[in-house]
Design a protein around this ligand. Structure first.
Ligand SMILES: NC(=O)c1ccc[n+]([C@@H]2O[C@H](COP(=O)([O-])OP(=O)(O)OC[C@H]3O[C@@H](n4cnc5c(N)ncnc54)[C@H](O)[C@@H]3O)[C@@H](O)[C@H]2O)c1
Length: 198
């Protein structure tokens, strides 16, 4: 970022710890506060079938669900205090829309993230805070290459993808930039298949 001429600060954060999420958001005060929060951290498991081990399941949920909620809560608190509109983007997955037998815990967590986005959008909308989830397909990253079951399935995913290629990280960055900007000023609670209103 510094090479782009944009001031930046690294804050070591374990998203599974609520206090870390709060400290991260506090640190943004140096730059005037958080306008856009992207809850991106997520993990997969080496063995994630129907018999997923309890310790692995809890470790994954701590990052993929607790961590996303803690980050969104910390950002929302500061956005409310500043009384400025804000955008929170949660990183879900196609895996949260379509389950798979080798990603039982992962798909469960990402399905939860999608409903977290819808629920937070409804809760925070009156404060002018938008919350959306992004559901990437198969993106060529460390996560893909380091998870053998997913790496093995990647070619099948590619063939079933309309563009017949894997996505690049920057292409997900573009979607996040859109959701963080005023170009999406009337977009919240996505992906949406029905109303969130009770
Ligand atoms: N690569 C894909 O095909 C794909 C598809 C759909 C969704 N996603 C999601 O995109 C997000 C980014 O994944 P990626 O593919 O870039 O993988 P990645 O492994 O390259 O990045 C994941 C990041 O999460 C961080 N992280 C893990 N545990 C953490 C913790 N406790 N506290 C703070 N940070 C932690 C890691 O340090 C890493 O930088 C994840 O939420 C992932 O589930 C990826």
């Amino acid at each position: 970022m510094e090479t782009l001429g944009v001031p930046a600060r690294f804050v070591a954060t374990d998203v599974t710890r609520r206090a870390d999420a709060d400290a991260l958001v506090d640190a943004a005060g140096e730059f005037g506060g958080v306008d856009v929060m992207v809850c991106n951290a997520g993990i997969t498991l080496g063995a994630d079938g129907a018999d997923v081990a309890e310790a692995d399941y809890r470790r994954l949920m701590a990052v993929n669900l607790d961590g996303v909620l803690f980050g969104a809560q910390a950002a929302a608190r500061q956005m409310k205090d500043r009384a400025t509109p804000g955008s929170i983007v949660l990183m879900a997955s196609m895996g949260g829309l379509v389950g798979a037998g080798f990603t039982v815990a992962y798909s469960t967590s990402k399905g939860g993230v999608i409903l977290m986005a819808k629920s937070l959008a409804d809760a925070l909308g009156p404060d002018g805070i938008r919350v959306n989830a992004v559901c990437p397909g198969t993106i060529d990253t460390h996560l893909l290459r380091s998870t053998p079951d997913i790496a093995q399935a990647a070619d099948g995913f590619r063939q079933r993808t309309p563009l017949r290629r894997l996505g690049q990280p920057s292409e997900i960055g573009d979607a996040v930039a859109y959701l963080g900007s005023e170009l999406s000023g009337y977009v919240t609670g996505e992906p949406r298949s029905s109303s969130t209103a009770a």
